[in-house]
Design a protein around this ligand. Sequence first.
Ligand SMILES: Cc1ncc(COP(=O)(O)O)c(C=O)c1O
Length: 489
Amino acid sequence: MDFVINIDPKAALPLHRQVYTEIRQAILTGRLTPGEKLPSTRVLAQLLTVSRATVTQSYEMLLSEGYLETIIGSGTFVCRQLPDELLNTTPIQAKSQKIYDSISLSTYGKSLSQGKYLHLPEAEVDISFSYGRPAFDQFPIKLWRKLLSRHCQANKYILDYTYDSQGYLLLREAIAAYLSRSRAVKCNSGQIIIVGGSQQGIDLITRILIDRGDWVAVEDPGYLSARRAFLAQGANLFPVSVDKSGLIVNHLTTAIIPKVKLVYVTPSHQFPTGATLSLARRLELLAWAQKSRVMIIEDDYDSEYRYGERPIPALQGLDQGNSVIYVGTFSKVLFPALRLGYLVLPANLVPIFARGKWLADRQCNLLEQYALTDFISEGHLERHIRRMRSLYDGRRQTLVQSLFEHFGNTIEILGENAGMHLMVKFNTQLGDDEIVQRAALAGVNIGAAYPQYLKDSPGSEFIFGYAELSNQKIQEGVRRLAEVIPIQN
Ligand SMILES: Cc1ncc(COP(=O)(O)O)c(C=O)c1O
């Protein structure tokens, strides 16, 4: 058991008093909670490198004062019946506001203290249309295990720091080849940084390019986690509306606002509306970015999935002026817990990002990088994507058919034939929260789109993720929704 307390052998206060004071303080501040087990006197003496008699003496003082209790055969515990007035143990979370008040937080810290940034577990329901989840049961886990164990060895190439915070070279080469083949991205391995998912990529971009007060243009509606990263750095957000052809670029180019430094876009499959940025708008955006010296973040999060339509090449491949940072992730094509993604950077920015990555967390986990290299180079990635494309296509069709079957023409389905979610607009008098609640009572989870809006949301729009659900579950989920959402004709 690890149990960290501070004692100073050189201090005037005897050691047993120091141990006593530290444990008492830990109980009073709630760090140790009633009923929590303490290490035995022998273990704690070893941990603190003090004699066992010292620890025994402090435990005895705490026992006699009622802070600790012993249960014969089980050990020493924080007393369960501490007198309330003794305790100052408001749980740490409940105290957090006070802590924020008394500590001077950075812009970043203040932003984190205000937002709802945690990824909270969703309520247990029978059928969840939550977005962003691939079909976990289809992941070739045996193969993945084989690739991991192929590289899982006790040597420094797997277990040590690397000298290359940019990421494992062969993985970067495999990604560069894959991107130029499948996404028409123009890059070589030297422009790639392996990051802990898109989110770390966006976070690094923000820290490196954005100062407090800078303006960042974002799609509206748009991806919340990117917006939060910009806000946390003190950026001002400039929302740009989206229509069926994606970001309305001329709202940006003709806007009378202070200079924008960064634009965040999801051109292949706008999140959450599912629109594809038209070629004309892509060219307009690139020309403007080059002229105005603005960087574009292209988040290509689920571009691998287009059904029955030509794949849309990445914006980055059209860029003539080093204006695009391309962000990609393996969260959708493999699984989110892998935490591997990549940035494709203009060459001059690479050394700065490599240093930023080194400062943030040194490097991504090497074992997974080795396994992923083989997964890509041996053709498994593209095979898996092809298989999932056909599976998700079927699931999407099932969802669309079920929605029309139960809601008829009263609903509108937004977005292209692509990705792992679609957006649905219901024609109903009910409020969005009421719909979510009614759905939950029917054992179905759907997400309202309004939190993705910066300006007013039109309402009644919901995001349906379908990749993880079987056709039967999709049909059953929509059937249950139709029972609880009254529609207007
Ligand atoms: C727009 C967008 N970008 C990126 C991601 C993936 O993030 P990450 O790679 O950090 O898992 C998501 C996940 O839902 C997303 O919706």
